[in-house]
Design a protein around this ligand. Structure first.
Ligand SMILES: Nc1ncnc2c1ncn2[C@@H]1O[C@H](COP(=O)(O)OP(=O)(O)OP(=O)(O)O)[C@@H](O)[C@H]1O
Length: 263
C-alpha cells in the first residue's frame, strides 16, 4: 500500500532495531502522508514506542532508513535527536514536561521563545504577532480561560493539552504522540480526539494508542504492529475484521483496555 511519493512526509524503510541481539523492530515499513492522522496499534511489546523512538532519533536502527520532508527526500536515520526536532518532528512522551510552577501562559511563552533560537530567545519581550499566536494556540487547546493559572493546578488532561500546545508553538511538521489519552476522563478523551482532528488540518500526526474505543472513533488509517513487524494496515473497520489482528490481541490485551474494547 504505497502512498504517492509527492504526498509522503515520512517514510520508514525496512527499519530494524536490536537491543542486545533482541530484535524489537524487524524490517518495519511505514509511509505517512502530509496531513494524515495515523494510529499505530498492536499488543504490548509490538515495537510501537521503539518505532517512534527511531523516528525522533532517540534510538538508532541497526538497519533500514527513515526519510523525512517533501517527498521524504531527507535521510534522517543517523541525525542527532535535536537536529531532527529542529527539522520539524516533535515527540511527546507520556509524562508531561511542563513547568508546574509557571502559569499556562508562561509555559507557552517558553515554548515560543525556544522556537526562536538561543539569541532571539534572550530578547525579553514577545512580538505582538507572537502573542497572538500564543493566544490562538491556547484557544485551540481549550486553555484560553486558564492562561493565568499555574500549570501544576491543571487536570491531567489539561496538562497533556498544554504540552501538545507547546509542541505546536514550535511548528513541527509531524507530531509523534505516545498514548495521549492514557489516564484521561471520557470527556477529556473525546476532546483530545477533536484536538487531533484540528491538528491534522495543518500537520501530520502519528499516535501510539491502546484505547481501542478512542481509535475506533477517531482513526481513519491504522497500522498494526506485532512482534516488531507490520501485521496489517488500512481503515479501522477493515483492520478490525482481520482475523490475525483479533488473534494477536487475544490474551495480550492490557487490563486497562479490556473494559473499553471489543476489538
Ligand atoms: N531499551 C531497551 N532495551 C531492551 N529491550 C527493549 C528496550 N526498549 C524496548 N525493549 C523491548 O522491545 C520490545 C518492544 O518494546 P516497545 O516498548 O517498543 O513496544 P510497544 O509496542 O510500544 O509496547 P507497549 O504497548 O507495551 O508500550 C519489548 O519486548 C521491549 O521489552
Amino acid at each position: 500500500m504505497k502512498e504517492p511519493t509527492e504526498s509522503v512526509i515520512l517514510r520508514c524503510e525496512d527499519v530494524t532495531v536490536e537491543f542486545d541481539g533482541f530484535k524489537a523492530v524487524r524490517g518495519m515499513n511505514l509511509a505517512l502522508a502530509r496531513g494524515e492522522l495515523r494510529f499505530l496499534i498492536g499488543p504490548n511489546g509490538a515495537g510501537k514506542t521503539t518505532l517512534l523512538d527511531v523516528i525522533c532519533g532517540k534510538t538508532k536502527p541497526a538497519a533500514g532508513k527513515v526519510l523525512f520532508g517533501a517527498s521524504a527526500a531527507i535521510d534522517i536515520t543517523r541525525m542527532k535527536e535535536h537536529r531532527i526536532a529542529e527539522l520539524g518532528i516533535g515527540r511527546k512522551f507520556q509524562t508531561p514536561s511542563i513547568f508546574a510552577s509557571l502559569t499556562v501562559y508562561e509555559n507557552a511563552e517558553l515554548a515560543m521563545k525556544q522556537k526562536r533560537g538561543v539569541f532571539a530567545a534572550m530578547r525579553a519581550r514577545l512580538r505582538p504577532e507572537e502573542r497572538d499566536r500564543i493566544a490562538a494556540q491556547l484557544e485551540m487547546i481549550g486553555l484560553a480561560d486558564k492562561a493565568r493559572l499555574r500549570a501544576g493546578g491543571l487536570s491531567h488532561g489539561e496538562k497533556q493539552w498544554l504540552e501538545i500546545g507547546m509542541m505546536l508553538l514550535q511548528e513541527p511538521e509531524i507530531l509523534l504522540l505516545d498514548e495521549p489519552v492514557a489516564g484521561m476522563t471520557d470527556d477529556e478523551t473525546a476532546r483530545t480526539g477533536e484536538l487531533l482532528r484540528e491538528i491534522r488540518k495543518t500537520r501530520s500526526v502519528i499516535v501510539v494508542e491502546h484505547d481501542m474505543e478512542f481509535v475506533r472513533t477517531f482513526a481513519s488509517k491504522v497500522t498494526v504492529m506485532h512482534e516488531g513487524r507490520l501485521l496489517t494496515e488500512g481503515a479501522m473497520d477493515e483492520v478490525q475484521r482481520d482475523g490475525r489482528v483479533a488473534e494477536v490481541y487475544l490474551g495480550k490485551r492490557r487490563d486497562a483496555d479490556a473494559g473499553r474494547s471489543t476489538a
